[in-house]
Write a protein that binds this ligand. Structure first.
Ligand code: NAD
Ligand code: GLY
Length: 361
């Protein structure tokens, strides 16, 4: 088993990574406060893993909330069903919520924990690759609004994160690839050694070799934890974790939540961001080619959807949370493994890159 810490003063917490680590509940049960628990999962994950989890929790008063599956349900209506269940069962302030699922469940359960009685504890048990390397770490929680993704939320850190690699065995290939997009992101934004390691090991990773996966999840979490420790509430540097996301969120919103997977949209968005970085003369054509090659070996899309036009793209990108005073801010690469946030990119150049990627005027 591998372990690391997210260093945030009195909100610090450990991340446990390994096979069967969920079953080793002595390790993580100590982070439960009180006797009341609420496991939040969804209709796909619950039948697979909730009974085994519950068997670890003898002696607790366990409430189960099983949400419908899908990004399209990541909204205030679904969130309210968690509050209904908590209140109907008189769950008090010392209750602990446990998120058992991917990023959708984790973001909603975390947001419910941030709001319920002005804040209760929660634990992340991520079950997708994406949630292990990204969404379960760093305390961003929230839901979508029909006008924009993740627009309603809060920063609320978990008590611990338990990344049990054995559950990845049941993850569909497409979802696995979507998680690889965020893994590759860390190499691009802040860790050139990891990027090279990914290039060397991509075949084994795609075959889901457990030792390689443990290393990839660990190194992704180390990179994310370092950025979060530096800038917990995204006043500056944390925004680099959003490489490709301004383009990606526009794709997700335009196509309808759940149509393009988050990681797929991020992959196409990262290609646009790296290409833009090349246009600015910051990275070489070789970096663009290496990025595309790695993403394509992870079976990820390299181009945005043909159904989107330029106006739609720019309008949706203008709603990005990084926009300040109407100025678009983008995460771009100064070099491979070195991302920055900039508002100094001419819109005409953004348009050119989108058009060259097949987006119609
Ligand atoms: P997801 O939660 O929708 O899970 C993907 C699919 O896999 C779902 O159908 C789910 O039911 C299923 N699934 C989950 N675990 C499984 C398993 N072990 N076996 C079989 N099926 C399984 O999607 P995701 O990619 O995990 O997360 C995407 C969400 O995360 C988006 O809403 C995105 O905005 C959010 N996100 C948040 C942050 C953050 O910092 N909070 C970061 C990145 C992404
Ligand atoms: N996924 C982006 C962040 O956590 O800041």
């Amino acid at each position: 088993m591998k372990q690391l810490n997210v260093d945030l003063g009195d909100r610090s917490y450990p991340i446990f990574i390994g096979s069967e680590v969920m079953a080793n509940s002595d390790l993580w049960r100590q982070f439960i406060r009180g006797k009341q628990l609420c496991i939040v999962s969804n209709e796909t994950v619950a039948p697979l893993y909730l009974p085994a989890l519950k068997a670890q929790l003898d002696g607790f008063d366990v409430l189960e909330v099983v949400l419908p599956d899908g990004e399209q349900h990541k909204n205030l209506n679904t969130l309210n069903t968690i509050f209904d269940a908590l209140l109907s069962r008189n769950q008090n302030r010392s209750t602990t919520l446990i998120a058992l699922g991917g990023g959708v469940v984790g973001d909603m359960c975390g947001f419910a924990a941030a709001c319920y009685q002005r804040g209760v504890n929660f634990i992340q048990l991520p079950t997708t690759l994406l949630s292990m390397v990204d969404s379960s770490v760093g305390g961003k929680t929230g839901v979508n609004h029909s006008l924009g993704k993740n627009m309603i939320g809060a920063f609320h850190q978990p008590q611990c994160v338990v990344a049990d690699l054995s559950v990845l065995g049941s993850l569909p290939d497409k979802e696995f690839s979507a998680g690889m997009a965020e893994v590759i992101k860390y190499g691009l934004i802040c860790d050139v050694t990891f990027f090279q390691w990914l290039e060397d090991n991509i075949v084994g990773l795609m075959a889901r070799d457990t030792a390689l996966l443990a290393e990839a999840v660990y190194r992704s979490c180390v990179d994310k934890a370092a950025v979060v420790a530096e800038d917990e509430t995204e006043q500056g540097r944390r925004a680099i974790l959003n490489l490709g996301h301004t383009f990606g969120h526009a794709i997700e919103t335009a196509e309808g939540y759940g149509s393009w997977l988050h990681g797929e949209a991020v992959a196409a968005g990262m290609v646009l961001a790296v290409t833009l970085s090349e246009k600015l003369g910051w990275v070489s054509a070789e970096v663009v080619e290496r990025s595309k090659s790695l993403l394509s070996k992870a079976n990820l899309p390299l181009l945005p959807p043909s159904s989107m036009n330029l106006d739609q793209f720019l309008q949706l990108m203008g709603r990005d949370k990084k926009v300040i005073d109407g100025r678009l801010r983008l995460v771009l690469l100064k070099a491979l493994g070195d991302a920055i946030v900039t508002s100094d990119v001419p819109v005409s150049m953004v348009k050119t890159v989108l058009q060259e990627a097949g987006v119609k005027a």
